[in-house]
Design a binder for this molecule. Structure first.
Ligand SMILES: [Zn+2]
Length: 434
C-alpha cells in the first residue's frame, strides 16, 4: 500500500538529479579506490561488523586496531562420512618484518604425526599472483616463494586452496585432537595458518604430540563451514548466519576477533545446556549419557567467568563453550572454546571442575595475553594454574583455597560441593536443554 506513492515521489526527481550527481559519485568512487585500493573491494564492507557481533556488550576494540589485524576469510566443507574436507582461505595481514621478505611460511598442523591427518595445499596466490610453494621436511610448515619481495608494513594478501583428510582410525579412549573418534569430528588447526615471527625469524617449531601446537598473532576470523545437517557444531566465535539446505547440508558462518586461532568440533550426538552470564552465552556440549557432568561443567564455567572477569579483566566474547571431546582425561583451550576429555565426564568426574576452570583461565592466559606456548608453556600454564586458586578463593574463600593448594586431593570432599549440588538443580531452570 505504501510502495506505490514512494515509487511515484522519488522516480522523477532522481532522473533530473542524475546529471548533477553522476560527476560527484564518480569523483567519490575514484577517490575511494585511490585511498583504499583494491583492498576495499576485496574485504567487503561488512566483515568488521561481523567480527563485532562476536563481542559481548561493553567490549570493544578501537577501529584502527581492528583494521590492522590479520584477517582470515575461510571456507570449508567437512564430510565426516568420507573423512575429508576441502576449502579455501583468503588472508590479508600487515608484514611485521623490518626487512623485505621473499618468502612466507604457513603452518599445516594436520600433517603432524600426532594429528594423524593430512593437509595439502593445492594452489597459492600472493597479492593475486600465483606463486610456487613447498612443504618443509616435517610437512608441518609450507613455504610460499614470492618473486617481488614484500615490503615491511605492506598489507599482504594470500589466497590458498586446500584439502584435508582424517586419516588415522582411532579407537575410543585414544587422544584425538584432530580427526574422528567417539562420534566426534575434531578440526583443530585444519587450515593453513600464518606462522608467527620471533624477531626476524619464522616460528616453525614442531610441537610436542600432546601439548599446545603453536602460538599465533591475534587475528580476525570469518569462517564459512558447510557440514551435514545431522551434525551439531561447536565453533570458535559467534554464528552470524546459518542456511539449512534441502540437500542435507548446512552452511554456517562464524566470526571472531581478536583471537589466536579458529577451531570447530562436530558430533551428531551433542546435547547442549546453556545459560547467560555477564552478557556471555555459555554453552556446555556433551553426549546424552553424560549430561549431569555437562551441567556441572556449565556452572563451573559460569563461576569461572564471573571470578576471572573480576580478577583479570572482562571476557571479550558473546559466546563461551565447554565441550566434551575425545581427549582422554585432558583438556585443550581455544578462543571461546574449552575442550574437556570425555573420560573426565565419567571415569575422572572428580577432576571436571578443576579442568574446566583451568581451561577457561586460558581465555585470559593464551588468548588475550599471548605467549610462546611451545617453548615456554610454563608461562600460560603457570598462570592458568594460579587462576584456579583465584577461582576457589573467589567462590569458597581464601581459607578453603589455601587448603586446596596445600592438598589438592581435598577438592573431592569439599562441603561446598554438596551444597552447590542442590543449587544446580534450581538454577538449571534459567538455562535450557537442547
Ligand atoms: Zn593449560
Amino acid at each position: 500500500m505504501s510502495q506505490v506513492p514512494h515509487r511515484f515521489v522519488f522516480a522523477a526527481p532522481r532522473r533530473a538529479a542524475n546529471r548533477l550527481l553522476l560527476p560527484v559519485i564518480l569523483a567519490f568512487v575514484l577517490t575511494a579506490l585511490l585511498l583504499g585500493g583494491c583492498a576495499l573491494a576485496r574485504r567487503g564492507p561488512d566483515r568488521l561488523d561481523e567480527i563485532r557481533q562476536s563481542w559481548r556488550a561493553g567490549f570493544s576494540v578501537p577501529a584502527a586496531e581492528l583494521e590492522a589485524m590479520p584477517f582470515y576469510s575461510i571456507t570449508v566443507q567437512v564430510d565426516p562420512a568420507n573423512r575429508v574436507y576441502t576449502g579455501s582461505l583468503d588472508l590479508d595481514f600487515p608484514l611485521s618484518s623490518t626487512l623485505p621478505l621473499a618468502e612466507l611460511w604457513f603452518r599445516t598442523y594436520p600433517n603432524l604425526l600426532a594429528f594423524g591427518g593430512n593437509l595439502e595445499v593445492t594452489g597459492a596466490r600472493v597479492n593475486g599472483k600465483t606463486v610456487p610453494y613447498a612443504p618443509d621436511g616435517s610437512r608441518t610448515s609450507l613455504q610460499l616463494a614470492v618473486a617481488d619481495p614484500l615490503q615491511p608494513g605492506e598489507r599482504v594478501n594470500v589466497s590458498l586452496d586446500y584439502r584435508g583428510r582424517f586419516e588415522r582410525i582411532s579407537e575410543p579412549g585414544e587422544y584425538t585432537i584432530f580427526g574422528i573418534n567417539e562420534d566426534t569430528t575434531s578440526l583443530t588447526g585444519f587450515y593453513p595458518i600464518l606462522a608467527a615471527r620471533r624477531g626476524e625469524e619464522w616460528v616453525l617449531d614442531v610441537p610436542h604430540p600432546q601439548g599446545d601446537v603453536g602460538f599465533h598473532d591475534a587475528a580476525a576470523y570469518r569462517v564459512n563451514l558447510k557440514f551435514p545437517s545431522d551434525q551439531v557444531i561447536v565453533a570458535t566465535g559467534s554464528e552470524v548466519t546459518r542456511t539449512v539446505g534441502t540437500d542435507g547440508w548446512t552452511t554456517a558462518r562464524y566470526a571472531i576477533g581478536p583471537a589466536r586461532e579458529f577451531t570447530a568440533l562436530l558430533s551428531p550426538r551433542f546435547q547442549i545446556l546453556e545459560l547467560e552470564s555477564l552478557g556471555t552465552r555459555i554453552r556446555s556440549y556433551a553426549m546424552p549419557e553424560t549430561l549431569d557432568a555437562a551441567r556441572s561443567a556449565l556452572y563451573s564455567a559460569q563461576a569461572a567467568l564471573q571470578i576471572y572477569s573480576d580478577q583479570f579483566g572482562q571476557y571479550p566474547y558473546r559466546e563461551m563453550a565447554v565441550a566434551q571431546a575425545p581427549l582422554t582425561f585432558k583438556g585443550m583451550e581455544f578462543p571461546s572454546v574449552s575442550l574437556i576429555g570425555s573420560q573426565v565426564y565419567s571415569l575422572y568426574l572428580k577432576d571436571l571442575e578443576n579442568l574446566v576452570v583451568h581451561e577457561i583461565a586460558h581465555q585470559w592466559w593464551y588468548n588475550q595475553v599471548g605467549s610462546d606456548q611451545v617453548r615456554n608453556p610454563w608461562l600460560d600454564e603457570g598462570l592458568a594454574e594460579y587462576s584456579m586458586y583465584e577461582y576457589y578463593a573467589g567462590r569458597d574463600g581464601a581459607a578453603i583455597a589455601d587448603d586446596l593448594r596445600q592438598q589438592p586431593e581435598a577438592a573431592q570432599r569439599r562441603p561446598t560441593d554438596r551444597a552447590r549440588g542442590v543449587g544446580l538443580q534450581e538454577r538449571l531452570r534459567d538455562g535450557c536443554v537442547r
